[in-house]
Design a protein around this ligand. Sequence first.
Ligand SMILES: NC(=O)c1ccc[n+]([C@@H]2O[C@H](COP(=O)([O-])OP(=O)(O)OC[C@H]3O[C@@H](n4cnc5c(N)ncnc54)[C@H](OP(=O)(O)O)[C@@H]3O)[C@@H](O)[C@H]2O)c1
Length: 290
Amino acid sequence: MKNILGIIGYPIGHTLSPLIHNTAIKHIGLDYIYLPFEVKKENIALAIGGLKGLGIKGINVTIPHKESVIPYLETLDDNAKFIGAVNTIKLEDDKIKGYNTDGLGFLKSLKIDAKEDVKGKNIIILGAGGSARAIAIQMALEKANSVIIANRTVERGKKLAEYIKLKVHDPSTGWVPRKLKVKAIALNDSLLVEYFREADIIINATSIGMKDNNNPLFPYNYISNKHLVCDIVYRPIETNLLKEALLRGARILNGLGMLIYQGSLSFKIWTGHEMPVEIVRKTLMKELKS
Ligand SMILES: NC(=O)c1ccc[n+]([C@@H]2O[C@H](COP(=O)([O-])OP(=O)(O)OC[C@H]3O[C@@H](n4cnc5c(N)ncnc54)[C@H](OP(=O)(O)O)[C@@H]3O)[C@@H](O)[C@H]2O)c1
Protein backbone atom coordinates (compact mmCIF):
# COMPACT_ATOMS: atom_id res chain seq x y z
CA MET A 1 0.00 0.00 0.00
CA LYS A 2 1.21 3.52 -0.81
CA ASN A 3 2.08 5.99 1.95
CA ILE A 4 -0.54 8.72 1.98
CA LEU A 5 0.21 12.46 2.20
CA GLY A 6 -2.31 15.22 1.59
CA ILE A 7 -3.68 18.67 2.20
CA ILE A 8 -6.69 19.83 4.22
CA GLY A 9 -8.47 23.13 3.63
CA TYR A 10 -11.80 24.63 2.64
CA PRO A 11 -12.34 25.17 -0.24
CA ILE A 12 -9.56 23.05 -1.69
CA GLY A 13 -10.46 22.85 -5.40
CA HIS A 14 -7.74 25.12 -6.78
CA THR A 15 -4.77 23.92 -4.73
CA LEU A 16 -1.55 23.24 -6.67
CA SER A 17 -0.05 21.19 -3.83
CA PRO A 18 -1.06 17.76 -5.23
CA LEU A 19 0.63 18.67 -8.55
CA ILE A 20 3.77 19.85 -6.72
CA HIS A 21 4.14 16.79 -4.49
CA ASN A 22 2.99 14.12 -6.94
CA THR A 23 5.44 15.49 -9.54
CA ALA A 24 8.26 15.17 -6.99
CA ILE A 25 7.10 11.71 -5.84
CA LYS A 26 6.98 10.43 -9.44
CA HIS A 27 10.34 11.94 -10.36
CA ILE A 28 12.13 10.37 -7.39
CA GLY A 29 10.13 7.13 -7.62
CA LEU A 30 8.79 7.13 -4.05
CA ASP A 31 5.99 4.91 -2.78
CA TYR A 32 3.76 7.86 -1.78
CA ILE A 33 0.61 9.57 -3.05
CA TYR A 34 -0.58 13.12 -2.17
CA LEU A 35 -4.32 13.79 -2.02
CA PRO A 36 -6.56 16.85 -1.41
CA PHE A 37 -9.14 16.59 1.41
CA GLU A 38 -11.88 19.22 1.69
CA VAL A 39 -12.48 19.71 5.44
CA LYS A 40 -15.06 22.12 6.83
CA LYS A 41 -14.29 24.18 9.98
CA GLU A 42 -16.62 22.11 12.14
CA ASN A 43 -14.85 18.87 11.16
CA ILE A 44 -11.27 19.85 11.95
CA ALA A 45 -11.03 17.80 15.18
CA LEU A 46 -12.37 14.70 13.41
CA ALA A 47 -9.98 15.20 10.49
CA ILE A 48 -6.87 15.48 12.69
CA GLY A 49 -8.01 12.61 14.92
CA GLY A 50 -8.50 10.50 11.79
CA LEU A 51 -4.89 10.87 10.62
CA LYS A 52 -3.60 8.33 13.14
CA GLY A 53 -6.50 5.98 12.58
CA LEU A 54 -5.98 5.98 8.81
CA GLY A 55 -2.18 5.76 8.99
CA ILE A 56 -1.70 8.97 7.00
CA LYS A 57 1.98 10.02 7.10
CA GLY A 58 1.60 13.78 6.84
CA ILE A 59 -0.52 16.62 5.58
CA ASN A 60 -0.36 20.28 4.61
CA VAL A 61 -2.85 22.62 6.24
CA THR A 62 -4.27 25.59 4.39
CA ILE A 63 -6.97 28.25 4.80
CA PRO A 64 -8.94 28.36 7.08
CA HIS A 65 -7.34 25.78 9.39
CA LYS A 66 -3.72 26.95 9.95
CA GLU A 67 -4.43 28.25 13.46
CA SER A 68 -7.42 26.15 14.47
CA VAL A 69 -5.52 22.82 14.09
CA ILE A 70 -3.06 23.70 16.87
CA PRO A 71 -5.11 22.44 19.87
CA TYR A 72 -5.30 18.99 18.24
CA LEU A 73 -1.52 18.58 17.78
CA GLU A 74 0.82 16.99 20.32
CA THR A 75 4.02 18.98 19.61
CA LEU A 76 5.03 22.04 17.56
CA ASP A 77 8.38 22.97 16.03
CA ASP A 78 9.89 26.38 16.91
CA ASN A 79 8.70 28.09 13.74
CA ALA A 80 5.11 26.97 14.24
CA LYS A 81 5.33 28.19 17.86
CA PHE A 82 6.66 31.63 16.87
CA ILE A 83 4.21 32.09 14.02
CA GLY A 84 1.26 30.62 15.92
CA ALA A 85 0.12 28.72 12.85
CA VAL A 86 0.80 25.34 11.21
CA ASN A 87 1.00 24.49 7.52
CA THR A 88 2.59 21.04 7.80
CA ILE A 89 1.76 18.07 10.04
CA LYS A 90 3.79 14.91 10.38
CA LEU A 91 2.93 11.76 12.30
CA GLU A 92 6.20 10.93 14.06
CA ASP A 93 6.58 8.02 16.48
CA ASP A 94 2.81 8.01 16.82
CA LYS A 95 2.84 11.72 17.79
CA ILE A 96 1.18 14.44 15.72
CA LYS A 97 3.69 17.25 15.20
CA GLY A 98 3.02 20.66 13.61
CA TYR A 99 5.50 22.70 11.55
CA ASN A 100 5.36 25.96 9.65
CA THR A 101 7.32 26.22 6.39
CA ASP A 102 5.62 29.36 4.95
CA GLY A 103 8.10 31.98 6.19
CA LEU A 104 11.09 29.71 5.53
CA GLY A 105 9.77 29.00 2.02
CA PHE A 106 9.60 32.72 1.28
CA LEU A 107 13.07 33.22 2.76
CA LYS A 108 14.52 30.44 0.56
CA SER A 109 13.00 32.03 -2.52
CA LEU A 110 14.44 35.39 -1.50
CA LYS A 111 17.90 33.86 -1.02
CA ILE A 112 17.98 31.42 -3.95
CA ASP A 113 15.82 33.09 -6.61
CA ALA A 114 16.49 36.78 -5.83
CA LYS A 115 19.94 36.31 -4.24
CA GLU A 116 18.87 38.71 -1.48
CA ASP A 117 19.97 38.77 2.16
CA VAL A 118 17.57 40.03 4.86
CA LYS A 119 20.06 41.01 7.58
CA GLY A 120 20.09 44.80 8.12
CA LYS A 121 17.46 45.46 5.44
CA ASN A 122 14.42 47.75 5.65
CA ILE A 123 11.33 45.81 4.68
CA ILE A 124 7.75 46.82 3.91
CA ILE A 125 5.14 44.07 4.09
CA LEU A 126 1.79 44.85 2.50
CA GLY A 127 -0.85 42.84 4.37
CA ALA A 128 -1.28 41.40 7.85
CA GLY A 129 -3.07 38.10 7.10
CA GLY A 130 -1.74 34.58 7.60
CA SER A 131 1.05 34.75 5.00
CA ALA A 132 2.10 38.27 5.99
CA ARG A 133 2.38 37.07 9.59
CA ALA A 134 4.66 34.14 8.70
CA ILE A 135 6.82 36.34 6.47
CA ALA A 136 7.04 39.26 8.94
CA ILE A 137 8.13 36.94 11.76
CA GLN A 138 10.68 35.24 9.52
CA MET A 139 12.10 38.62 8.47
CA ALA A 140 12.42 39.61 12.16
CA LEU A 141 14.17 36.30 12.94
CA GLU A 142 16.58 36.94 10.07
CA LYS A 143 17.65 40.24 11.69
CA ALA A 144 16.02 42.74 9.34
CA ASN A 145 16.67 46.33 10.42
CA SER A 146 13.00 47.33 10.14
CA VAL A 147 9.69 45.68 9.30
CA ILE A 148 6.85 48.03 8.34
CA ILE A 149 3.47 46.34 8.13
CA ALA A 150 1.05 48.26 5.89
CA ASN A 151 -2.45 46.83 6.00
CA ARG A 152 -5.94 47.94 4.96
CA THR A 153 -7.20 47.17 8.47
CA VAL A 154 -4.62 48.97 10.57
CA GLU A 155 -5.69 47.28 13.84
CA ARG A 156 -4.79 43.87 12.43
CA GLY A 157 -1.37 45.19 11.44
CA LYS A 158 -0.85 46.71 14.90
CA LYS A 159 -1.65 43.38 16.58
CA LEU A 160 0.97 41.67 14.46
CA ALA A 161 3.56 44.39 15.15
CA GLU A 162 2.89 44.16 18.92
CA TYR A 163 3.19 40.37 18.80
CA ILE A 164 6.57 40.59 17.06
CA LYS A 165 7.87 43.23 19.49
CA LEU A 166 6.80 41.13 22.45
CA LYS A 167 8.41 37.96 21.10
CA VAL A 168 11.65 39.65 20.08
CA HIS A 169 12.18 40.82 23.63
CA ASP A 170 11.06 37.62 25.34
CA PRO A 171 14.06 35.45 26.24
CA SER A 172 11.76 32.51 27.07
CA THR A 173 10.91 32.18 23.37
CA GLY A 174 14.56 31.90 22.43
CA TRP A 175 14.57 35.09 20.38
CA VAL A 176 17.70 37.14 20.94
CA PRO A 177 16.73 40.62 22.14
CA ARG A 178 18.05 43.21 19.73
CA LYS A 179 17.11 46.43 18.02
CA LEU A 180 14.36 45.90 15.48
CA LYS A 181 12.03 48.61 14.28
CA VAL A 182 8.53 47.17 13.81
CA LYS A 183 5.67 49.45 12.92
CA ALA A 184 2.15 49.08 11.55
CA ILE A 185 0.43 51.69 9.40
CA ALA A 186 -2.65 51.87 7.23
CA LEU A 187 -2.14 51.26 3.51
CA ASN A 188 -3.41 54.76 2.77
CA ASP A 189 -1.24 56.47 5.42
CA SER A 190 0.65 59.45 3.98
CA LEU A 191 3.79 58.16 5.78
CA LEU A 192 3.96 55.16 3.45
CA VAL A 193 5.87 57.14 0.83
CA GLU A 194 8.54 57.96 3.45
CA TYR A 195 8.94 54.30 4.32
CA PHE A 196 9.32 53.48 0.62
CA ARG A 197 12.25 55.94 0.44
CA GLU A 198 14.07 53.97 3.18
CA ALA A 199 12.99 50.50 2.04
CA ASP A 200 15.12 47.82 0.38
CA ILE A 201 12.50 45.08 0.01
CA ILE A 202 8.74 45.45 -0.62
CA ILE A 203 6.55 42.35 -0.23
CA ASN A 204 2.93 42.09 -1.31
CA ALA A 205 1.31 39.52 1.01
CA THR A 206 -2.30 40.60 0.37
CA SER A 207 -4.61 38.84 -2.05
CA ILE A 208 -4.52 41.91 -4.33
CA GLY A 209 -3.02 41.01 -7.69
CA MET A 210 -5.05 37.91 -8.34
CA LYS A 211 -6.92 38.04 -11.66
CA ASP A 212 -10.17 39.60 -10.49
CA ASN A 213 -8.65 41.73 -7.71
CA ASN A 214 -6.20 44.14 -9.20
CA ASN A 215 -6.61 47.70 -7.86
CA PRO A 216 -3.24 49.24 -6.89
CA LEU A 217 -2.53 48.95 -3.15
CA PHE A 218 -0.43 52.16 -3.21
CA PRO A 219 0.72 54.65 -5.88
CA TYR A 220 3.19 52.76 -8.08
CA ASN A 221 5.41 55.83 -8.41
CA TYR A 222 6.60 55.08 -4.85
CA ILE A 223 8.70 52.29 -6.42
CA SER A 224 12.26 53.04 -7.50
CA ASN A 225 15.19 51.13 -8.98
CA LYS A 226 16.71 50.52 -5.54
CA HIS A 227 13.85 48.24 -4.52
CA LEU A 228 13.38 44.50 -4.69
CA VAL A 229 9.62 44.07 -5.17
CA CYS A 230 8.18 40.67 -4.24
CA ASP A 231 4.64 39.43 -4.83
CA ILE A 232 3.55 36.21 -3.14
CA VAL A 233 0.49 36.03 -5.40
CA TYR A 234 1.34 33.48 -8.11
CA ARG A 235 -1.86 33.52 -10.23
CA PRO A 236 -0.92 35.26 -12.54
CA ILE A 237 2.82 34.61 -12.28
CA GLU A 238 3.57 38.22 -13.18
CA THR A 239 1.11 40.49 -11.37
CA ASN A 240 0.44 44.14 -12.22
CA LEU A 241 2.58 45.15 -9.24
CA LEU A 242 5.56 43.24 -10.65
CA LYS A 243 5.01 44.67 -14.15
CA GLU A 244 4.91 48.21 -12.73
CA ALA A 245 8.02 47.54 -10.63
CA LEU A 246 9.92 46.35 -13.71
CA LEU A 247 8.89 49.52 -15.56
CA ARG A 248 10.51 51.53 -12.74
CA GLY A 249 13.78 49.59 -12.87
CA ALA A 250 13.21 47.57 -9.66
CA ARG A 251 14.21 43.92 -9.29
CA ILE A 252 11.24 41.56 -8.91
CA LEU A 253 10.43 38.20 -7.32
CA ASN A 254 7.20 36.32 -8.10
CA GLY A 255 5.27 34.01 -5.73
CA LEU A 256 6.16 30.74 -7.44
CA GLY A 257 9.40 30.31 -5.47
CA MET A 258 7.65 30.63 -2.10
CA LEU A 259 5.04 28.09 -3.21
CA ILE A 260 7.68 25.60 -4.31
CA TYR A 261 10.09 26.04 -1.38
CA GLN A 262 7.43 25.85 1.35
CA GLY A 263 6.36 22.61 -0.37
CA SER A 264 9.95 21.35 -0.65
CA LEU A 265 10.49 21.90 3.08
CA SER A 266 7.32 19.94 3.92
CA PHE A 267 8.38 17.21 1.48
CA LYS A 268 11.74 16.86 3.24
CA ILE A 269 10.03 16.69 6.64
CA TRP A 270 7.79 13.83 5.49
CA THR A 271 9.98 11.80 3.16
CA GLY A 272 13.55 12.81 4.04
CA HIS A 273 14.13 13.53 0.33
CA GLU A 274 15.04 16.80 -1.39
CA MET A 275 12.32 17.93 -3.78
CA PRO A 276 13.52 18.26 -7.40
CA VAL A 277 12.57 21.95 -7.37
CA GLU A 278 13.45 22.78 -10.97
CA ILE A 279 11.34 19.88 -12.33
CA VAL A 280 8.46 21.03 -10.11
CA ARG A 281 8.94 24.66 -11.20
CA LYS A 282 8.70 23.67 -14.90
CA THR A 283 5.52 21.66 -14.26
CA LEU A 284 3.94 24.53 -12.32
CA MET A 285 4.84 27.13 -14.95
CA LYS A 286 3.16 24.96 -17.59
CA GLU A 287 0.05 24.57 -15.43
CA LEU A 288 -0.17 28.28 -14.53
CA LYS A 289 0.33 29.42 -18.12
CA SER A 290 -2.35 27.08 -19.50
N1 LIG B 1 3.24 32.03 -2.97
C1 LIG B 1 2.80 31.29 -1.98
O1 LIG B 1 3.33 30.24 -1.64
C2 LIG B 1 1.61 31.75 -1.19
C3 LIG B 1 1.33 31.16 0.05
C4 LIG B 1 0.22 31.58 0.77
C5 LIG B 1 -0.61 32.58 0.24
N2 LIG B 1 -0.30 33.11 -0.98
C6 LIG B 1 -1.16 34.19 -1.52
O2 LIG B 1 -1.09 35.26 -0.59
C7 LIG B 1 -2.32 35.96 -0.57
C8 LIG B 1 -2.72 36.21 0.89
O3 LIG B 1 -2.94 34.96 1.53
P1 LIG B 1 -3.26 34.86 3.10
O4 LIG B 1 -3.38 33.43 3.41
O5 LIG B 1 -2.32 35.69 3.88
O6 LIG B 1 -4.71 35.54 3.14
P2 LIG B 1 -5.47 36.22 4.39
O7 LIG B 1 -4.99 35.68 5.67
O8 LIG B 1 -6.92 36.12 4.05
O9 LIG B 1 -5.03 37.79 4.31
C9 LIG B 1 -5.44 38.59 3.24
C10 LIG B 1 -4.72 39.93 3.29
O10 LIG B 1 -5.09 40.67 2.11
C11 LIG B 1 -5.65 41.93 2.51
N3 LIG B 1 -6.69 42.32 1.56
C12 LIG B 1 -7.70 41.56 1.08
N4 LIG B 1 -8.46 42.28 0.23
C13 LIG B 1 -7.93 43.53 0.19
C14 LIG B 1 -8.29 44.74 -0.49
N5 LIG B 1 -9.33 44.79 -1.31
N6 LIG B 1 -7.50 45.82 -0.30
C15 LIG B 1 -6.42 45.79 0.52
N7 LIG B 1 -6.03 44.66 1.19
C16 LIG B 1 -6.80 43.56 1.04
C17 LIG B 1 -6.20 41.69 3.89
O11 LIG B 1 -6.33 42.94 4.55
P3 LIG B 1 -7.37 43.11 5.79
O12 LIG B 1 -6.64 42.63 7.00
O13 LIG B 1 -7.65 44.56 5.79
O14 LIG B 1 -8.58 42.28 5.47
C18 LIG B 1 -5.10 40.81 4.50
O15 LIG B 1 -3.98 41.58 4.87
C19 LIG B 1 -3.31 35.11 -1.35
O16 LIG B 1 -3.48 35.72 -2.61
C20 LIG B 1 -2.62 33.79 -1.57
O17 LIG B 1 -2.91 33.21 -2.82
C21 LIG B 1 0.79 32.72 -1.70
